[in-house]
Design a binder for this molecule. Structure first.
Ligand code: AMO
Length: 437
């Protein structure tokens, strides 16, 4: 029999049904027992009159049961205006306990004061919290809308390997794994395979998949495994084309989220979903340094010159709001020495790539790629990477159109959308000190 969910119950008034779910709460009164049942779509009240003879057996079962156990109820669904939960109640004739719960380690309805690590140790219980459930639904809506936008624009979704034979991209920050009698690595990005698809003539591709980074950093925005929303497309004239597409993609995603959850996000997370307008502001790194210096007396540390750091990103958000009234801002003009070798440089050596900052955190890196074999070899050599990226360089020997792309960190997107830390935003957080559950 097909499971009937709480949000479908209105179609079954006065009918005999089977309903399965968790026991949410039990209110045991003198004459009656109210049991709130829950599934992923909502809650419904089950009412058991104590005076009725046929309920004796049901009450025995209920007296022995714990909250958070799961049950399968047979009964009749009736209208009752006095019931706060949707004006309906379930009158049971049979209760089957499908799983009995132990006492919970914490009250997931009241997480204030519960240590985040304890919560993560029992993440499956923590996720029962309504707010956490909502985070998952909002993220799913965002990703769905972005996927749909790409399907509508003739992108093909691909699935690239996560086990790779050579340390990718920069040679650092990768996890090594034992692969029979040799070493393999976990992909830090699908970068090389996105580009291989371009060399294959696929023109427009995307992937939503895990990326692995062996970064030993404990911040609010770093994870060792995260979900990367990657795309790549061909026949571009400039990285401006890549930024244009990213604007449309984010507008599509955020519009859907606002339409479906805008009110709820305001109520539960106290965050406004603001749909950005095109074009997002774009600024050169050296002009940004100057603005940050003049406005906030900020000086980029010597080791970060040509790049950004966390503090600069925070101030850039402030600046973007002040100057452009925008939560988003593209930064261009990074130093080639600070960026991967596969970014294209123009004839003056200026990097044709960008980062996108949203609400003070980098959510994207993107670029036009170097598709000319000789140039690419030169750039790889400059970074001392020739052997590691030998297989990748081959992709560009047999014809490859000009192309570009970007990657959005989905966990960061969710985190910034709802004002969370990455530990709260990720379905299951992975960090230097967390591999379980
Ligand atoms: P980059 O390394 O900037 O670019 O990563 C792209 C985006 O992924 C997210 N991200 C992370 N999220 C959580 N934890 C981390 N440790 C982490 N590291 C990165 C960020 C970031 O902006 N190949 C290029 C992309 C491209 O050019 O297409 C790349 O991987 O949101």
């Amino acid at each position: 029999m097909k499971k009937i969910y709480v949000n479908e119950l209105n179609n079954y008034i006065d009918k005999e049904i089977e309903f399965s779910g968790f026991i949410d709460t039990i209110r045991d009164k003198k004459w009656v027992m109210f049991v709130i049942l829950r599934d992923s779509t909502g809650k419904v009240q089950m009412t058991i009159e104590k005076s009725e003879e046929q309920n004796k057996e049901l009450l025995e079962i209920m007296n022995d049961i714990t909250v958070e156990s799961t049950v399968k109820i047979t009964g009749k669904l009736t209208k009752n205006e006095a019931v706060k939960l949707g004006g309906i109640e379930l009158i049971p004739t049979k209760i089957e306990v499908t799983s009995k719960a132990l006492n919970l380690p914490f009250d997931y309805n009241n997480l204030e004061g519960v240590n985040i690590d304890t919560r993560l140790d029992y993440r499956w219980i923590d996720l029962r919290n309504e707010k956490n459930m909502l985070i998952r639904q909002i993220e799913s809506t965002m990703v769905q809308a972005m996927r749909e936008y790409l399907y509508q624009n003739d992108f093909t979704e691909i699935h690239t390997p996560k086990l790779i034979g050579a340390a990718s991209e920069s040679g650092s920050e990768v996890f090594e794994v034992k692969y029979f009698d040799r070493k393999a690595y976990l992909a830090q990005s699908p970068q090389f395979y996105k580009q291989m698809a371009m060399a294959a003539g696929m023109s427009k591709i995307f992937e939503v998949a895990p990326a692995f980074r062996a970064e030993n950093s404990n911040t609010n925005r770093h994870a060792t495994e995260f979900t990367s929303f990657d795309l790549e497309f061909s026949y571009i004239d400039s990285y401006e084309d890549v930024m244009d597409l990213e604007e449309d993609l984010l507008i599509a995603g955020l519009s859907k989220v606002k339409e479906k959850y805008g009110e709820k996000i305001k109520e539960v997370f106290d965050k406004e979903v603001i749909i950005p307008t095109k074009p997002f502001p774009r600024i050169k790194l050296k002009d940004l340094y100057q603005e940050l210096h003049e406005r906030y007396d900020f000086e980029i540390p010597t080791e970060d010159i040509g790049d950004m750091n966390a503090e600069a990103e925070k101030l850039t958000y402030k600046f973007a709001l002040e100057k452009y009234n925008s939560e988003f801002i593209f930064i261009v003009g990074y130093a080639a020495t600070k960026r991967p070798f596969y970014h294209m440089r123009n004839e003056d050596g200026v990097l044709q790539g960008y980062d996108l900052i949203w609400r003070g955190t980098e959510i994207t890196s993107g670029a036009q790629r170097e598709h000319r074999y000789d140039e690419l070899v030169k750039n790889a050599n400059e970074k001392g990477l020739k052997e590691d990226v030998k297989f990748y360089l081959e992709f560009f020997k047999y014809g490859c159109p000009p192309h570009g792309g970007f990657a959005i960190g989905i966990d960061r997107l969710t985190m910034l959308l709802l004002g969370l830390t990455i530990k709260n935003a990720q379905f299951i957080f992975r960090g230097p000190n967390r591999l379980d559950p």
